[in-house]
Design a protein around this ligand. Structure first.
Ligand code: AMP
Ligand code: ZN
Length: 135
């Protein structure tokens, strides 16, 4: 447990939450500043900061629980779809330094928008070369 971490405090029961799921390793609860109705956070109880410092075994369990909770939300709220979001670092909008997956329910025609813009193919080609293929 990390002393100044709000999600560790929630996992320890020191700060209340609107619980959606719990087992020995994982906790899920409603986001108190929701993007949409039913916006839920899924965390491991053990503190790590983000994707890169979280053990793969933990990530495997976490993602399985994200699936379970998303299925539950979809049935319980009759939503039509959902986003899975996981921010890493302040530059990516991470405001709480304890790894968490957001499940953001969506309904057909709702106003939340993540707009795509057509990419420049030459730029994408050069970029793919620069990035290389991960092995
Ligand atoms: P991120 O920007 O990915 O770090 O997301 C952190 C999320 O945690 C935000 O959506 C906050 O609304 C949410 N949050 C912060 N404190 C609490 C809390 N005590 N209970 C529930 N959600 C929280
Ligand atoms: Zn923590």
């Amino acid at each position: 447990m990390k002393n100044d971490c709000v999600f560790c405090a929630i996992a320890a029961g020191e700060i209340p939450c609107f619980k959606v799921y719990e087992d020995e390793l994982v906790l899920a609860y409603l986001d108190i500043n929701p993007f949409s109705e039913g916006h839920t956070l899924v965390i491991p109880k053990a503190h790590t900061t983000g994707l890169l410092d979280t053990p793969e075994e933990t990530l495997a369990v976490l993602l399985a629980r994200v699936k379970k909770v998303a299925a539950h939300l979809k049935t319980a709220l009759c939503c039509d779809g959902f986003h899975i979001l996981q921010n890493n670092g302040a530059a990516a909008g991470q405001t709480v330094g304890h790894i968490h997956f957001h499940i953001v329910p969506r309904r057909n025609g709702d106003p939340i928008e993540f707009a795509n813009r057509p990419g420049d193919m030459e730029h994408l080609k050069a970029l793919a070369t620069r990035i290389g293929v991960c092995r």
